[in-house]
Design a binder for this molecule. Structure first.
Ligand code: NDP
Length: 293
């Protein structure tokens, strides 16, 4: 079997066009230009690239993308002061604090909690996480929402099927599991209603657990740890991992092996990555609409 390659880049471009059209319509109806404020603390090269890409994507969608750059030693108090200012600024609709913060002198939880839940486009605030748990989300976390959109647009139903999510981070694994276990989602009941297993570093017999999955989602951060023998023949494989190995980016899944077994798979790069930014733009527009009403 040679797996179908799920083209996240193409789907992300489609979503970005849709968001741009919605933004234009919103502004034409008298709404404010949606604005996303990114806060970047320190000089981490990967974070600088992410923030630059986000700003460019905003511009293309007709969203005002502002970047606030602070030096690594600015400190917790000053960072909280900036977040309070952005919370109070009516021209700012979405706020994102680029992670990781430079060092442990920053209390990451307190900083993320300080973002106004109505401007929390990363969906990290306890209120937005709680709303998702209850099946009435306001903002959906960008990476898992991108995966739902990808599955939906390729019509890869998970309803009634076994999904295994490997990795239980607050950003990817946990919300992913929750979204696919709901009664319905943004792509309807077919991209929900799954029987979900959430695996992690303490899962016994990970290979066995993965092999039972009709849809396997790897969000671990370990290069190529999901090997071909861990995949059920015909399964759909979604690889969230982005790992730098030498000068190459590789996923959490051994791609060539997986292609022999799976029915469909996302590549790295060009799979899940581009969808994350597309969904951030989508959330910024939702934030602008929420704050208008
Ligand atoms: P975290 O480091 O926060 O979480 C990793 C998870 O993997 C943890 O739950 C951990 O388990 C689990 N894990 C670690 N080792 C093993 C193992 N040997 N077997 C089973 N589970 C294991 O990572 P993130 O969720 O933030 O990111 C995961 C990957 O996805 C990274 O490569 C990251 O770069 C990428 N990523 C990609 C995005 C995109 O846009 N494409 C967006 C966000 C992340 P435990 O909880 O027990 O420690």
């Amino acid at each position: 079997m040679t797996a179908e390659r799920l083209d996240g880049k193409r789907v992300a471009a489609e979503i970005r066009q849709e968001v741009a059209a919605d933004v234009a319509e919103f502004v034409a109806s008298g709404g404010p230009t949606p604005c996303l404020a990114a806060v970047l603390v320190g000089e981490d090269p990967a974070s600088q690239v992410y923030v630059r890409n986000k700003a460019r994507a905003c511009e293309k969608a007709g969203i005002d993308g502002r970047t606030h750059r602070l030096s690594a030693d600015v400190g917790q108090t000053e960072l909280l002061r900036l977040i309070a200012e952005l919370n109070a600024d009516p021209s700012v609709h979405g706020i994102l604090v680029q992670l990781p913060l430079p060092d442990s002198s920053y209390d990451e939880r307190a900083i993320l909690d300080a973002v106004d839940p109505l401007k929390d486009v990363d969906a990290f605030s306890p209120i937005n996480v709680g709303l998702l748990m209850q099946g009435r989300p306001r903002f959906l976390p960008c990476t898992p929402h991108g995966i739902v959109q990808l599955l939906g647009r390729y019509q890869l139903s998970v309803a009634g099927k076994r999904v295994c999510v490997v990795g239980r981070s607050d950003i990817v694994g946990k919300p992913m599991a929750m979204m696919l276990a709901q009664r319905t989602g943004t792509c309807g009941p077919e991209i929900a209603n799954a029987t979900v297993t959430l695996a992690h570093s303490r899962t016994a017999d990970l290979g066995d657990v993965c092999r039972q999955a009709d849809c396997l989602i790897a969000a671990v951060g370990r290069p190529e740890m999901i090997t071909g023998d861990m995949i059920k023949p015909g399964a759909v494989v979604i690889d969230v991992g982005i790992n730098r190995v030498g000068d190459k980016l590789v996923g959490d899944v051994a791609y060539d092996q997986a292609c022999e077994v799976a029915s469909a798979i996302t590549p790295v790069p060009g799979g899940v990555g581009p969808l994350t930014i597309a969904m951030l733009l989508h959330n910024t527009l939702i934030a602008a609409k929420l704050q208008r009403s």
